[in-house]
Design a protein around this ligand. Structure first.
Ligand SMILES: [Zn+2]
Length: 100
């Protein structure tokens, strides 16, 4: 077999394999994209309902934003589940600030 024929055979198989990979990716990728789209839709519907959950940094509990106690700390808002958690958190941060 000539050198050119070997190269042609190599190129042919490279094309066949890359086409096969492309086809496989399209089959698998199409399914993955469908799953992602469904997930995004789910997220959209949960945020649209207005039930955003915020995390209480004191006890680690998740509270609905509308029920939480918001406290402004510098540029960010922190939400607490109760007044006790808020007071405790503020006491702790003041302690940390005093130690620093
Ligand atoms: Zn709490």
């Amino acid at each position: 077999m000539g050198f050119l024929a070997r190269i042609l055979r190599f190129v042919f198989w490279t094309l066949v394999i890359s086409w096969g990979i492309w086809l496989l990716k399209r089959l698998l990728g199409g399914q993955a994209q469908d799953g992602q789209a469904a997930q995004e839709q789910h997220l959209d519907s949960s945020t649209a309902s207005g039930k955003r959950l915020v995390r209480d940094p004191q006890c680690g509990m998740h509270v609905a934003e509308e029920l939480a106690l918001p406290v402004r700390m510098g540029n960010e808002m922190i939400h607490f589940c109760s007044q006790e958690c808020r007071d405790q958190y503020l006491r702790n941060t003041q302690k940390l600030a005093a130690n620093a």
